[in-house]
Design a protein around this ligand. Sequence first.
Ligand code: ZN
Length: 415
Amino acid sequence: MINVMIEKLRILIAFINARYFVRFDKIKQEKLYAKQASFLCKNSAFYSSGEFPLMNKKLLMENFDSINTVGLTKETALSFAIDCERTREFNKKLHGVTVGLSSGTSGHRGVFLVSDAERALWAGTILAKTLPRGKLFGHKIAFFMRANSELYETVSSRFIQFEFFDLEVDMSAHLKGLEDFQPTILVAPPSALLKIAKESHLRPMKVISIAEVLEARDAVKISDGLGVSVVHQIYQCTEGFLAATCEYGTLHLNEEVCHIEKEWLDERRFIPIVSDLKRRAEPIMNYRLNDILMVKSESCPCGNKALALEKIEGRQDDMFIFNGLNGGNVEIFPDFIRRCLLFSDEIEDYRVVQNSRRELDVLADNLSETTCAQVQMEINKLARDRAFIAPNINFKVYEHTNNKKLRRIESHVER
Ligand SMILES: [Zn+2]
């Protein structure tokens, strides 16, 4: 009981700070960075020299024991997390921290640690960035996720109601419950939002897309179907809370808490290298993510100085690789593949999967002969423009899968 009260208070403080006080500025960020560096120097064996080498999931897992500051070994943390998962008891703690499992993209199971203070900061910040201006209380938030968390129950109160909807369950089974709940804020991956927009009569005040790439065309369908002017986004992963949409509809990096370096891919696209300046149980420093972000060229009128993003384009390892006409590799950004399909109004749902350099699977609904010929033509044109050997295309019927993240552009080619 007392713990729940402390947690609520912490969330409230984080909320007030993030909503009304903390604004990104370079000098404050540098101070935070110095403070974090000095803490890690003293408390993390791995960082005791004060150097922060480039980090990724594999390195983080390999050096887990010496990186974390709460004295846990990977074996202990893993077996504890698996045990929590099996018994579905997610509120147990080890050395004072919550231990979670993360599904690595490479198939390896990872483990992550979050302290109570870090969780409260996260929850308070998310609420501060998402609760609409002008109406703070009385919201009903419908949350579509893969696993529930007692955190939402902690946040739940007289002022805010949370309702969790399990994404593993078929969406049609949720529609009635959703209509009964009448959420004012709807949070879900775009694939679920599309279905809700199509099949329900909901009129939420705010719609927030999470966990999957939000494509421009899908965003229009979602906002039309649900009667909102903007589909907001929250961009986060186990490595932290990285960006959220402001009231003007611009996606801003969470530079109040994260220091983000850019590995440029072209003039506007970059891979973020993140240092979370608040995470201490399991520090995230100089961590290279697997995402391609695109900078927005105009500044945002909201006054937030944190970097504005045009979009999250996709995962870096979903870049397509083809054989160049003059040898070598030619890498193609997901957006260019997307464009080869989006000219057609017939195609509503689609996926493009690259299994080898010579072949693409195009899965789509409403594939007429004309559409197939057009897609083939667009791909051939791209191949000519970018000087790679045009792949063969296998056209297949698009099938909806409920049980995994929707990736419309997906590559499995060895890099
Ligand atoms: Zn803004």
